[in-house]
Design a protein around this ligand. Structure first.
Ligand SMILES: [Zn+2]
Length: 168
């Protein structure tokens, strides 16, 4: 029993460690004048790719932190996608969740989902393990951004019809 508890604790510590790396990416985006949402892709205990939201910086319509990270990873083998865990500071939207399902990722770890709820049900529905760490750091960074840039945030949500979940 004690071993089980230790194993769970180790797992959580590992997830928090990689989430801190995703948070570094969120901060990098903020420095560039972008939305503070970051992501890393981990395989066999190593970060193989990292990225952050670049909608504003790149005048992009698709470069959410998760899409940037998948793109930066290059074209992986099918087995590598299956072995990978995607860490994202914010609950993933339907576009990013669709990409995770398409490329058969097995696990998605989320920093928080109280600022905005994504398509987590869709991921679970497609047998992807979803873990929400419910950490305060990613929430504080995004909350502060929204507080400082309410119009920008409103504009981003308006573009997607204020809809970041999916009807199943
Ligand atoms: Zn997204």
């Amino acid at each position: 029993m004690e071993n089980n508890i230790n194993a769970i604790q180790d797992h959580e510590d590992t997830d928090k460690y990689f989430m801190m790396e995703a948070i570094k990416e969120a901060k990098l985006s903020l420095k560039e004048g972008g939305l503070p949402i970051g992501s890393v892709l981990v395989k066999d205990g190593k970060i193989i790719s990292r990225g952050h939201n670049r909608l504003i910086q790149n005048n992009s319509v698709i470069l959410h932190g998760e899409m940037d990270t998948l793109e930066n990873a290059g074209r992986l083998n099918a087995e590598d996608y299956k072995k990978s865990t995607l860490y994202t500071t914010l609950s993933p939207c339907p576009m990013c969740s669709g990409a995770f399902i398409l490329y058969n990722l097995s696990r998605v770890v989320i920093g928080e989902n109280s600022t905005l709820m994504g398509a987590e049900d869709l991921l679970k529905h497609n047998d992807i393990e979803v873990v929400n760490l419910n950490m305060k750091e990613p929430r504080e960074i995004l909350d502060k951004y929204i507080e400082d840039n309410p119009k920008q945030w409103e504009e981003e949500l308006k573009k997607v019809g204020f809809k970041t979940t999916l009807n199943l």
